[in-house]
Design a protein around this ligand. Structure first.
Ligand SMILES: Nc1ncnc2c1ncn2[C@@H]1O[C@H](COP(=O)(O)OP(=O)(O)OP(=O)(O)O)[C@@H](O)[C@H]1O
Ligand SMILES: [Mg+2]
Length: 314
C-alpha cells in the first residue's frame, strides 16, 4: 500500500464564528520531513489535533497512511507519535512509568514497553531522570520528555508541534539531530515551528498556512527563489543620490554609507550585469555581497499579502 503519510481534502473545523480550518487540502508523502508554518491562530494545532483524534472535524476527509482518522481511528492513531504544543502529561508518576503506560496504550506488551521506555529516555538524554515526576523536570527536560513519549510507540509519523519553543541553543541542536536521525531511518516528520530558519534547515517541503487554509506548499529553496535578494555594493566614490540603473531584475536602489544597496530578483544572475552597468557609468566597485532572501522574508510576504487580501475581501 502506498497511501501518503497524510492526506486531507476540504478539511473544515469551526469554533463558533472562528474558522480554524477552512477547507484544508494537504498531502505529506511517506518519508518526508514536512514543515507546517503559519502565524499564531493559523490552524496548525487544530489540524494536528484532527489527525490524532483530539478534535472532531466538521467536514472533509483526513487519512493517515490510508486510514481514516475517525473511521479507522485505532489504525491511524497507532502510527502517529505526537509531541504536542501544550504539555499534557500525567504528573504524578515517575516518567519512565508514564512512557510504559503510553506504550501499553498502543498495545505493546509490558516487557517490550519497558525496553522502549528505556530506549526513548536514553535517546533524548534524560535517562538519569527516569524516576522523577514530570513536574520536577526543567523546562528543557520536559521538551525532551514529550519527544521521548512520542517515540515510545515507534511511530511511522512523528508530529512535532513547536518542539523547540523556548529551548536553549544546545537542546535545539540536540532535538534537530534526533529528529533528523528518525527521518533518515524512514520516519515521516510533520513539524510546526515559528523559527522559520529551523524549517529552512530541516524540511524537504513546507506548507504555509494562514486563516485555516493553505497559502503555499513548496521546498524551502523554491520559496526562497521567489523572494528578492539584496546586493550590497561598495563603491570607491559613493554617490549622494541613488543612480538609475538600467539592469533587468533590479527593483530598488538605495544609497548606503559606502556605496549602494540594490534589491533584485535573482541576485546572483543580476550581479554581473549590475557591475558592468556601474563600471560603464564611471563607478569603481570595491566590494560586492549578495544576501539571498530568507524563508522568513518570503513567509512574511506571503502571510502579509494574505492578510491584506482577507481584510479587503471581508
Ligand atoms: N478549543 C477551542 N475553542 C475555541 N477556539 C479554538 C479552540 N482551539 C483553537 N481555537 C481557535 O482556532 C484558531 C486556530 O487555532 P490553532 O491553535 O489551531 O492555531 P495555531 O496555528 O496552532 O496557532 P499557534 O501558532 O499560536 O500555536 C484560533 O483562532 C483559535 O483561537
Ligand atoms: Mg499551535
Amino acid at each position: 500500500m502506498t497511501a501518503p503519510a497524510i492526506e486531507t481534502r476540504e478539511l473544515r473545523k469551526n469554533y463558533g464564528d472562528v474558522r480554524a480550518l477552512s477547507g484544508l487540502d494537504l498531502t505529506v508523502d511517506r518519508g518526508e520531513f514536512f514543515g507546517l508554518l503559519g502565524p499564531n491562530g493559523a490552524g496548525k494545532t487544530t489540524f494536528i489535533n484532527t489527525l490524532v483524534g483530539l478534535v472532531h472535524k466538521d467536514s472533509g476527509t483526513a487519512e493517515v497512511f490510508g486510514f481514516d482518522v475517525e473511521d479507522d481511528y485505532r489504525e491511524a492513531r497507532d502510527r502517529i507519535g505526537l509531541a504536542p504544543q501544550e504539555f499534557n502529561v500525567d504528573r504524578f508518576f515517575p516518567i519512565i512509568e508514564v512512557l510504559e503506560h503510553k506504550a501499553g496504550y498502543h498495545g505493546i506488551d509490558s516487557e517490550e514497553a519497558r525496553r522502549r521506555a528505556e530506549d526513548a529516555l536514553k535517546t533524548v538524554g534524560i535517562w538519569e531522570k527516569r524516576d522523577t515526576r514530570f513536574n520536577w523536570l526543567s523546562g528543557g527536560m520536559k521538551r525532551r520528555f514529550v519527544l521521548a513519549r512520542a517515540l515510545v510507540s515507534d511511530p511511522d509519523l512523528l508530529i512535532l508541534d513547536e518542539p523547540t519553543a523556548g529551548v536553549d541553543v544546545q537542546l535545539r541542536h540536540d532535538l534537530w539531530d534526533i529528529i533528523n536521525r528518525m527521518n533518515d531511518e524512514g520516519t515521516t516528520i510533520l513539524l510546526t515551528t515559528h523559527y522559520i530558519e529551523e524549517a529552512e534547515r530541516l524540511c524537504d517541503r513546507v506548507a504555509i498556512m494562514d486563516s485555516g487554509r493553505k497559502v503555499e506548499v513548496a521546498a524551502p529553496d523554491e520559496l526562497m527563489a521567489r523572494g528578492t535578494d539584496t546586493i550590497d555594493l561598495g563603491l570607491a566614490d559613493p554617490p549622494r543620490t541613488a543612480p538609475r540603473l538600467d539592469v533587468e531584475g533590479v527593483t530598488e536602489v538605495a544609497v548606503t554609507d559606502g556605496g549602494l544597496s540594490v534589491t533584485a530578483a535573482g541576485g546572483s544572475q543580476t550581479a554581473p550585469a549590475l557591475m558592468r552597468e556601474l563600471e560603464r557609468t564611471g563607478h569603481t566597485v570595491t566590494s560586492l555581497d549578495i544576501r539571498r532572501a530568507s524563508l522568513e522574508e518570503v513567509f512574511v510576504d506571503l502571510t502579509r499579502d494574505d492578510r491584506e487580501y482577507a481584510e479587503v475581501s471581508a
